[in-house]
Ligand binder design. Sequence first.
Ligand code: HEC
Ligand code: HEC
Length: 337
Amino acid sequence: MRAVQTRKNKKRVALKSRKLVLRMVLLVCLQAGSLAHAGSLYNEPISPIPDPINDKPAITELGNKLFHDARFSSDKTIACASCHSLVSGGMDGKPVSIGVESRQGNINAPTVFNSSLNFKQFWDGRAANLMEQIDGPIHSKHEMNSSWPAIVSIIQGDPSYQAMFTRSYSDGVTVNNIKHAIVTFESSLLTPNSRFDQYLKGDKTALSKDEVAGYELFKVYGCVSCHQGVNIGGNLFQKLGIVHEYVFTQLGSNNRDLGRFNITKKEEDKYFFKVPSLRNIALTAPYLHDGSEQTLEGVVAKMMYYQLGVPSTKEDRTLIVKYLKTLTGEYNGKLLK
Ligand code: HEC
Ligand code: HEC
């Protein structure tokens, strides 16, 4: 009898502190103005991914070719697609990326699928948009280690590229047009029609009972205060370790990525990262900016502890993972695998 009482009491206390933390997190996010705009059409904090509008097929095709061209890297082995494979989750499956001459980078590659829906690019948001983002990998010593003059000259020496550029751009091969073609292609990399999106659009049979229960927990626990909107993330910065200080396991203290602080140099921005999209999350292990987490089970447990500070049962975490697995969408009409 007493054991039951204590358990009940504990649960009550846990619930109370959970509510407190939730209120705190919600407040922060409401201030960011994000929840107010998220998915209002469906009366849910998340809205379905729209179908891609392919109104520039010739430029999209050119962008696709550029995205897959390894000749643009200094040792001719690395294309954008080497680290953002479109036959899987739009990333490379490694904790940190490997670039030219097998050089190891220092951060996990995010997916390029749906990246056009993010409010900023990169984990620390240092690129305002996809056009700006491209300069990063082109110049990075441990990615493509190249330069625009080198790339322009390769393209100018290739008659098939010449023809494609002349067809679509009056001023032919320019850095701006190269970027524009890649960005147009990236904007076509939307993955609509996940089972969860079918559910949001009104097909209540698209999810199992457990998956719906997982979505309810995702909302009740407060995951949705950070992961929301059309991309279920990608629309605000939040601190990793907002409730409990995050322990950096993979990179070691010397290599800690300081997140937003890298750009703003403001103490209060340390360890703030762009909240990642959870679209196709079942396909994009390993997780977190340092690639330190291999499984969804593991990352959900970390989120519960570091981001929400709530005790959680294995049963709840399992249901949330079941929900996360419904977020896999279609690319070119085929379910991603
Ligand atoms: C060597 C591997 C590598 C190559 C090559 C590479 N990327 Fe990336 N990409 C990464 C990594 C790692 C990040 C994360 C870097 C960061 O946040 O600091 C990233 C981030 C991105 C992002 C931001 C996504 C987001 O949600 O923030 C986009 C978009 C992107 N890359 C597109 C490209 C394009 C286009 C090219 C080719 C011009 C390219 N990448 C080449 C590894 C690579
Ligand atoms: C306070 C904001 C916040 C809350 C609440 C939150 N997250 Fe996160 N989540 C983040 C941030 C920030 C990251 C990226 C951290 C990093 O890698 O540095 C992240 C990363 C993740 C990732 C890994 C994504 C990837 O591509 O590596 C998953 C999965 C995830 N969260 C799921 C959840 C779930 C499930 C919940 C609820 C139990 C939750 N999150 C609650 C902010 C939050």
